[in-house]
Design a protein around this ligand. Structure first.
Ligand code: NAP
Length: 338
């Protein structure tokens, strides 16, 4: 009989995540009841927000329960159905978690979204045409509101969110400058994703030299900034912001292990009349349909490009996740489960 291999969270990390925080188990797949379907996951999405869910402290979402399957986005195919709404063979996106199969009640509102793997590769529904893409779309278009001719900066620019931010801003006529870790990522940001320039933050160990590099890449200053990292990257960009620049605080991954990331350039908020706005994409569901329409069209027509880092097998999910938190991924981090 097929077993469902799962990864449970068994302890809460203090500081860096370790392999010991996870446990691989194999569970029996229960018989389906009326109205239920069995989804076989093809891909699991690994995302930085999962690090926050591993903590017990205050957050915008409930912490991940200990002893339970780790939370996570999934895409796969229905392999058994006792539901009138879904048929065997339907391809669906869901929040199936770190496991190979999930039994889903078809009445759980929004649990599954049907997708078309013929038009767009299934994996893209977890990246450019999924939550990360919508995050980029929302933060850029609703908060930064880029105007043609403006200069937009984005950190973690080679990543799932950052690479989409830059390409959408370019399509709207902006000059786009990325910040990424290492020469290989920077080269791809310019050559594959079409950014105007990319700064390697590893080459600039302090805020001042990073700010100098941003000034050189942004001769007209910075009008909009999409922040994925925080710390000295945010400080350096704030030094180069034009009056009335808009900063979307999407992620602060530099502090996800619990390290403080002080804002050292706060005086610029007043001097330059800056607008900083944090957001959580799942609180803006009304924007998902228009965002997914645009992103899906762009990916299907080849005008929006993306990269993926793919680990193979559920047993390798913890290592891939730890790598993501150390910048070892290059583009959307996925685990292939088939
Ligand atoms: N607000 C929301 O609703 C929302 C939704 C989705 C994602 N997010 C946030 O968006 C950001 C990007 O997410 P993503 O899925 O696209 O991830 P990603 O960019 O594909 O991967 C994370 C990247 O962050 C950089 N990084 C990792 N650890 C770091 C550290 N300790 N210090 C500095 N940089 C580090 C690395 O890039 P380099 O090697 O280039 O430095 C790494 O490749 C994250 O902060 C995430 O939490 C927010």
């Amino acid at each position: 009989m097929t077993r469902n291999r799962q990864i449970l969270l068994v302890s809460r990390p203090t500081g860096e995540v370790s392999h010991d925080d996870f446990q691989l188990v194999a569970a029996a797949i229960p018989e389906l009841a009326d109205g239920q379907v069995l989804v076989r996951h093809h891909y699991l999405s690994l995302d930085p927000y999962m690090r926050g869910r591993m903590n017990a402290g205050e957050s915008y979402a409930e912490p991940q329960a200990l002893g339970e399957v780790m939370i996570g986005g999934t895409v796969g195919e229905i392999v058994a159905s006792r539901s009138d709404r879904y048929r065997v063979g339907d391809q669906v996106v869901g929040m199936g978690g770190w496991q190979e199969y999930e039994v889903v009640d078809d009445e759980r509102a929004g649990a599954l979204r049907r997708v078309d793997g013929a038009a767009i590769p299934l994996s893209a529904y977890l990246g450019a045409v999924g939550m990360p893409g919508v995050t980029a779309w929302y933060g850029l278009l609703q908060l930064i509101v880029p105007q043609s001719g403006e200069t937009i900066v984005v950190s973690a620019a080679s990543g799932a969110v950052g690479s989409v931010v830059g390409q959408l801003a370019r399509l709207r006529g902006c000059r786009v400058v990325g910040i990424a870790g290492g020469p290989e990522k920077c080269r791809a940001v310019v050559e594959e994703f079409g950014f105007d320039a990319c700064i390697d933050h590893r080459q600039h160990g302090d805020t001042r030299t990073l700010a100098d590099a941003i000034a050189a890449a942004c001769p007209d200053g910075v009008d909009g900034h999409f922040e994925n990292v925080g710390g000295r990257i945010l400080d350096a960009v704030m030094r180069r912001c034009n009056p009335f620049a808009r900063i979307a605080i999407c992620g602060l991954i530099a502090g996800y292990d619990g390290a403080a990331i002080p804002l050292r350039e706060a005086q610029r908020i007043l001097l330059r009349r800056l607008k900083l706005q944090g957001f959580i994409v799942s609180e803006h569901m009304e924007f998902w349909p228009p965002a997914l329409r645009e992103l899906g069209g762009l990916v299907a027509s080849g005008r929006l490009r993306y990269r993926e880092s793919i680990a193979q097998g559920i047993e390798n999910a913890p290592a891939a996740f730890i790598g993501l938190l150390h910048g070892q991924n290059f583009g959307k981090q996925l685990v292939r489960l088939i």
